[in-house]
Design a protein around this ligand. Sequence first.
Ligand code: NAD
Length: 427
Amino acid sequence: MSGLYENTINQIQTAATIMGLSEPVRKALSEPQKIHWVTFPVQRDNGEIDIFEGYRVQHNNWAGPYKGGIRFSDNVDLDEVKALSAWMTIKCSVVGIPLGGGKGGVKVDAKSLSKTEKEKLTRGFVRSIADYIGPDIDVPAPDMYTDGQVMAWATDEYMKLKGGSSKALGVFTGKPLEFGGSAGREQATAQGGVYVLTKYAEMHNLDPKNSTVIIQGFGNAGANAAELLSAHGYKIIGISDSSGGLICQDGFDVAQAISCKVEFGSVMKCEHTTLNYDAIKSQNGVKQVTNEELLESECDILFLSALENQVTIKNAANIKAKIIVELANGPVTPEADAILKGKTEVLPDILMNAGGVTVSYFEMVQNSYGYYWQPDEVQTRLKAIMEAAYEKVESVKSTYNCTYREASFITALKRLENLANIRGVFS
Ligand code: NAD
């Protein structure tokens, strides 16, 4: 399998070729503008000092400050962070918000950290990158194993270093509501995807009440999506997390499944959360499946909301879902995309999970003028942006007779090319 960054650049190149993107723009977007590599010490609870390695990659800022999450994970490396930063440039451009693309990460087994160690790691990383970020320069956000609490520590550390003006609050997004966060940020990624899917369903005569859904990954993106989809009438017949998956044709009671996952930490303990409790004893009972089996199970829509590289050359031919919704970043590899073409419609990450960064943008706006919107105001604005982006992508798709992924990239690249020309970035 090729590297994640190579995949990302190939996606840009494919779309660039279809639309005839100018050579300078193509070249400029093929490399990040800046890469910051840092190491910093953290004292463990046992008194030992460990040295950690972190990155902040600033891919492109033609549209506005660099924007993108920070993840704490063992898998963090430069290739992954570069890929994710480029996707952020494209994602912000698909939805037309005035932000560029960046991403960061610290290489650490997040689950091994105590709360105190996690706070020290966060503050240490912020001290290392403080000169490269800022509300007008680069605005990080949560990602895997970082959350509102991590953003609160990060913002506090930045303010200690750089001054605590109210404007400085906008240096990180995804903050808790009490500390400058935006209403709706928790659900934003899933909500944005569901707004697009709802519009797609209207345009393609997909009836939610007759559609079954499997959700891979039952965290922020996946569990919120399950809840929203079941409210729309979709039947959630599969759920999973890193411990494995459950399938039940009668469907799951999502609210119960979420409480169960919170209480026991694993969906495998949630066999009793089906809509028809008797199903457990019936032929159609709850089946425990491996992650691989879950992906290959019969369903109308497969939501990928866990990790990258989940549908690959190895399993793409066995996928039975009619539609894949990518809430995770990069869950379908380019090789798999080619196999799925004409068989399974892939609604791509750069469109489907852009709700998260859109509400992060709302948070920056609210921080900058110190006035906070009601939840319904956030929802109205998010819906308008997501639907407009989807309609644009549909129209580009029919112009170029291409896939949704290609159409999303073309939409984004056209905007970036236009910006480059208006600004004269190559002068
Ligand atoms: P999360 O940590 O809250 O949840 C991830 C879930 O995936 C967990 O339930 C975990 O157990 C599960 N998981 C891990 N490995 C798995 C495997 N092999 N099989 C099945 N499940 C597995 O993370 P999240 O915030 O929901 O993010 C999920 C994905 O969505 C990531 O790719 C992230 O970059 C992307 N994303 C998230 C947001 C956001 O706002 N949360 C925004 C854009 C993109």
